[in-house]
Write a protein that binds this ligand. Sequence first.
Ligand code: ADP
Ligand code: ADP
Length: 225
Amino acid sequence: NLDLELVSLTKRYGNTVAVDAISYHFGTGTYACLLGPSGCGKSSTLRMIAGHESVSEGSVLLGHRDISHRPPAKRGTAMMFQNYALFPHLSVADNVAFSLKMQGKDAAHRKTRAMEMLELVDMVALADRLPAQLSGGQQQRAALARALITQPDVLLLDEPLSALDPFLRIRMRAELKKLQRELGITFIHVTHGQDEALALADEIVVMNNARIEQAGQTRQVFDAP
Ligand code: ADP
Ligand code: ADP
């Protein structure tokens, strides 16, 4: 059981309450979209789950263990960002293997694992390129491979498609969904696009004003009056 549970999770920045005591249970292997207008607290929620932002109050449980105070690399989560954040001076393969290098894994092991991940996202032929030599969609696939190499139980995606042109966005949706199904891990995908959430999500959590306004299976949420 690797269910992810948010318990009264709260984030304050000074006097701003960005996330106001939200509680939610994500079942293992679900594709969830966190939907809502700009400034409603989506990114802050995601960053607290990932450990990139401290928790003001409440907790994050993964498989019933409190991971709230663990460093990002030791939580069983990984995060993929909007702007990819690839290191410009490293090859695609070295970018993908970066976290393994930090863990002190040897070069042969890193190479093998990086190529496995690149195979998963159909990028093996581009392993030796620099990020600047990739298209937007290819950079996004490389960023995905880099997040997945840590074998996370939960992948957190912050507006992963918003920098892509409309045609590519639709195609990458299908690729994300397929990958999530193959891996069987939990995806939590932040978006402000209703159509994106409808196309991808098994379940949808709608945030507004730092709170959860509505949540449930995708069809129930969209069919609600
Ligand atoms: P969303 O991802 O839904 O756009 P955010 O979580 O980024 O929302 O922001 C929620 C609220 O918290 C907003 O009012 C935003 O201005 C504020 N906020 C976010 N990050 C910070 C920060 N680092 N310092 C101060 N306020 C922040
Ligand atoms: P989003 O794309 O979710 O709207 P923003 O562009 O609002 O994110 O925020 C980008 C960065 O700026 C984030 O790291 C966030 O923490 C920070 N930030 C957002 N709002 C504020 C704020 N009011 N004060 C300080 N930092 C903020």
